[in-house]
Design a protein around this ligand. Structure first.
Ligand SMILES: [Zn+2]
Length: 926
């Protein structure tokens, strides 16, 4: 098999090199390119296999298809890997030497990051070829070649010129160990965490201030006390010229957020307990109480308590009061919210019978109340001039008041603590002022992208809301780094573009990637790209000759815009939306992206796949163990692309057997000759399969397509064989069926399909054969209806035989009389089936049948509900059941093993005869 695969591959690779064609319509698809820092696992596989199936399908349908691939090697992660390998870090050595099986000698050279990315880029290409991906490999590049860097410089010259890249002061996720901002791709853990913005409300305490971090500054009107952790030693510190009491952790975070912090001494938490601070608005004493839930690594390490509205505060106070302490403190309400009583926090805690502050439900209850108050709450009479405002409005007003007139600061904190950089260290929030940012917050830019959105086809359509939300939600994005691989910022070369920012319009670069590498990078000035991509100027007077430029321009215009981009759904919130912003900023209307297909995730035996946790199955191992076609068919057949799939070896094995079964059936069919009555049925069914599989693939429904193209045809062939005359193992019709079947399956199992195509005497590659088209002349509804009647009747006979305990000898079929067919037609055509009995009884002949007609009408309604609509209309059009059964008498006898008698129900007095309905003969077994 491997030798044959290799031989097929060697014919494919040049065949998939795709050039502009004068007489073919183009179809350009692309995938989010991989970052080759490790081996591919089966979770990655589907991301490339689905687009390949789509590419192969449209190629067979006569389009000029482009499916390119490149490797994204920008950024710092690979530097970290190289460093860890140089240090012989045990976990890294195990991952690369063990799981990824990099030979020792190669591993020794991995101290050079370029060696790592080149090694894995080659590995990726090799495995992608093994999987049969129909990629034009001439266009492969990495994002650090000089020509690509020139392209990025050109892109950013435009974006910067439009004022969309700015220098500013912004909080960003930051790894102090790497001394770099970190993007989602740099994180080992915590990629769903966000930066939260707290207000520090300060309470005077002797000559100090105690700042408390809050997301709800309007609750200042309900503060009854502060909380301090008696087990924490706090710092006395000078912060920006004021004396503060804060945790050591807070001091460190403040430093990262551009505050000047000088330590003056320490104070144990116990020294704060039972003292009083001063309320910033009223000057009233606010007692400081002990609480174990106060985390020194959260905010300032001290907390203001609002027991009427914060479940944690309520329960901590309740716990103390149950011990007989602090009896004089009672919750002060400040918000009224519908569906909650006077003291919402008390209500929600008591209703849920929360025993203590360590209860796991506390976070959820806190969030629930927080959301209810934020969306529907109004401030009450305790809130001075803010009384009557919505919580939303009051929060904004109180924040401004504290920041503008009371010297409060905004303190930034990650929403989760376990946000871990690839280097293994924790990620914090840092304020950068020397950093370059892409201003995705620019309202005009956002508006342009929003305007573009409805013109983009999204698959599945449900992801549209997430795209729209992301466009709204995106803020400024730090787009540069100090270290790593990549392109230097042309106007500030101490910076490099980070990975998510240098990969937004590279789909355009693919169109010329194989030709531009022949041009020296220094000649690729912005004016050259302006000509190629934007058509500016006439191509003369540039450092590249006019003929070459014209060729590049025309190739770009042939392929662009791209038709579909494929990616996993976790990239909607960054990459997939970024590329829409950049396309909108750079390219004209007619070159904007046309469509995107977004994928679900891969599981391994029900668990999320993760290389760092070792829960992966390498794609290459899968291809070696099961064969490339099996891997492909499993990955696209077990779920639709946007659903999650679960890799389980035992299920994969059954797919392997399905392919072998098809192979055997194709071989068997090659010796079939002659004709049979059932041929017409088989060919008619085949037309429906072709139509349904085509429709499914055009809609990217790979699973549905396989249901038709594999399971559907297998079951049709099984029935066909049952209906062949005694002694026949197949007819010449099979030649046509197999030719169609091989082509329908070719996008999914291309290796097997090529072999079967050759074996069955076809010339050329099936990969370029014409996709089957259903032929309406071969559709034969009446034959299909007769076979359907036989299938259903045999199933009914067999289920009766299972039920009856007697040794049966004979089966009698009573077929429904003509008047019941009349009832069927009336019911079938009735719009409202509820009043259908009346309609039936309006017919004088039927009314004469009395209760028999009413009963038949009611039973027919039930029957029609259980039948597919196309079948109902065929039956209503008239079916001669007696003739069908009579013609198939020998078949029925063979299948049931019994003597069969067919009797028209209106010619018998047998009581069972009354039960016969159209398409549902009464069956008597005796
Ligand atoms: Zn780091």
């Amino acid at each position: 098999m491997n030798d044959i695969e290799q031989e097929i591959r060697s014919t494919w690779i040049p065949a998939f090199e795709s050039n502009p064609s004068e007489d073919k319509e183009k179809f350009y698809i692309n995938v989010a390119f991989p970052y080759p820092s490790g081996a591919m696992h089966v979770g990655h596989g589907r991301t490339y296999i689905v687009p390949d199936i789509v590419a192969r399908f449209w190629r067979m349908r006569g389009k000029q298809v482009l499916f390119p691939m490149a490797f994204h090697v920008t950024g710092a992660p690979v530097l970290g890997i190289a460093k860890r390998i140089a240090k012989k870090d045990e976990k890294t050595m195990q991952l690369y030497g063990g799981l990824y099986r990099v030979p020792q000698q190669t591993l020794d050279s991995f101290t050079d990051p370029i060696v790592i990315v080149n090694y894995f880029a080659d590995e990726y290409e090799r495995v992608m070829k093994q999987l049969g991906l129909s990629i034009d490999w001439r266009r492969r590049f990495t994002t650090i070649i000089p020509q690509y860097s020139k392209f990025i410089e050109w892109q950013y010259t435009h974006i910067y010129g439009q004022g969309k890249v700015q220098k500013g002061e912004y909080p960003v996720r930051y790894c102090p160990a790497c001394d770099q901002p970190v993007g989602d791709h740099d994180l080992l853990e915590g990629d769903s965490a966000e930066v939260k913005h707290f207000v520090f409300v300060k309470y005077q305490f002797d000559e100090f201030f105690i700042p408390t971090a809050t997301l709800r500054p309007e609750t200042i009107f309900g503060v009854t006390n502060l909380w301090a952790n008696p087990e924490v030693t706090y710092l006395k510190a000078d912060v920006d010229g004021e004396k503060w009491i804060i945790s050591a952790e807070a001091a460190e975070k403040l430093r990262m957020q551009k505050h000047t912090v000088t330590e003056l001494g320490t104070i144990p938490g116990t020294d704060l307990i039972d003292k009083a601070a001063q309320h910033p608005l009223t000057g009233a004493p606010v007692p400081i109480l002990p609480a174990s839930f106060v985390d020194p690594d959260m905010g300032s390490g001290l907390v203001m308590s609002v027991p009427a509205h914060a479940p944690f505060d309520y329960i901590a106070l309740r716990d103390l009061q149950q011990q007989g302490k602090y009896q004089t403190i009672s919750p002060i309400t400040l918000v009224t919210v519908p569906d909650y009583g006077k003291v919402p926090a008390q209500e929600i805690v008591e209703k849920n019978r929360i025993p203590n502050q360590d209860d796991p439900r506390m976070d959820e209850l806190t969030q629930e109340l927080y959301n209810a108050e934020f969306s529907k709450g109004k401030l009450n009479e305790n809130c001075g001039s803010h009384a009557g405002k919505s919580v939303r409005q009051a929060r904004e007003d109180v924040t401004n008041e504290f920041v503008d007139t009371r010297g409060s600061i905004i303190f930034h904190e990650m929403s989760e603590k376990r946000v871990i950089c690839r280097c293994g260290n924790r990620v914090y929030v840092k304020i950068l002022d020397d950093q370059w940012f892409l201003n995705y917050a620019d309202p005009e830019w956002k508006a342009e992208v929003h305007e573009q959105m409805p013109k983009i086809e999204l698959v599945p359509p449900e992801v549209r809301a997430e795209f729209e939300r992301t466009v709204d939600w995106l803020k400024v994005w730090p787009c540069t780094r100090r270290v790593g691989l990549g392109t230097r910022v042309p106007w500030d070369p101490k910076w490099l573009f980070e990975p998510l920012s240098d990969s937004t319009v590279y789909m355009s670069y693919y169109t010329i990637a194989h030709k531009i590498t022949k041009i020296p990078a220094e000649n690729l000035t912005p004016a050259v790209f302006d000509y190629i991509f934007l058509g500016k100027g006439n191509g003369s007077g540039l450092p590249v000759d006019a003929a070459t430029l014209a060729e590049l321009r025309s190739e770009f215009l042939y392929w662009y815009p791209y038709d579909y981009r494929f990616s996993a759904k976790d990239l909607i919130s960054n990459h997939l939306t970024f590329q829409l912003f950049h396309h909108r900023a750079i390219f004209p209307d007619e070159l904007q992206p046309k469509g995107m297909v977004v994928f679900g995730m891969g599981l391994l035996n029900g668990m999320k796949m993760s290389s760092s946790k070792g829960n992966v199955f390498l794609l290459e191992d899968a291809a070696n163990e099961f064969g490339a076609d099996t891997v492909r068919m499993f990955l696209v057949g077990s779920a639709e692309p946007w659903q999650d799939f679960d890799w389980r070896n035992e299920l994969v094995l059954s797919v392997k057997r399905q392919i072998e079964r098809m192979w055997q059936m194709v071989l068997d069919a090659s010796s079939a000759t002659g004709t049979a009555a059932i041929d017409a049925w088989l060919l008619s069914r085949l037309q429906h399969r072709v139509e349904a599989a085509t429709k499914a693939l055009a809609a990217f429904q790979t699973r549905q397509a396989l249901q038709e193209a594999y399971n559907g045809i297998v079951s049709d062939l099984a029935w066909y064989r049952r209906r062949l005359p005694e002694g026949s193992s197949g007819t010449a019709a099979l030649t046509e069926v197999m030719s169609v079947w091989i082509r329908l399956m070719a996008p999914v199992i291309p290796y097997t399909a090529e072999k079967m195509w050759q074996e069955t005497g076809h010339e050329g590659l099936v990969s370029f054969a014409a996709w089957p088209v259903s032929d309406p002349a071969k559709v034969n509804e009446s034959v299909e209806v007769s076979e359907e009647l036989l299938q259903r009747t045999i199933e009914d006979i067999q289920s009766i035989l299972k039920l009856v305990q007697i040794e049966a000898k004979k089966v009698t079929l009573f077929t429904a009389p003509a008047w019941k067919h009349a009832v069927f037609s009336i019911v079938a055509s009735a719009e409202d089936k509820r009043n259908v009995v009346k309609t039936v009884m309006a017919d004088a002949d039927l009314r004469a049948k009395g209760k028999d007609a009413t009963d038949a009408a009611v039973q027919t309604v039930k029957l029609i509900h259980s039948l597919p609509p196309e079948l109902v209309s065929s039956i209503a059009a008239g079916v001669d059941e007696t003739a069908i059964f009579t013609a198939a008498k020998a078949f029925l006898e063979k299948e049931s093993g019994l003597a069969v008698e067919i009797i028209a129900a209106d010619t018998t007095t047998h009581p069972k005869g009354k039960m016969a309905l159209p398409f549902k003969p009464a069956i008597v077994v005796e």
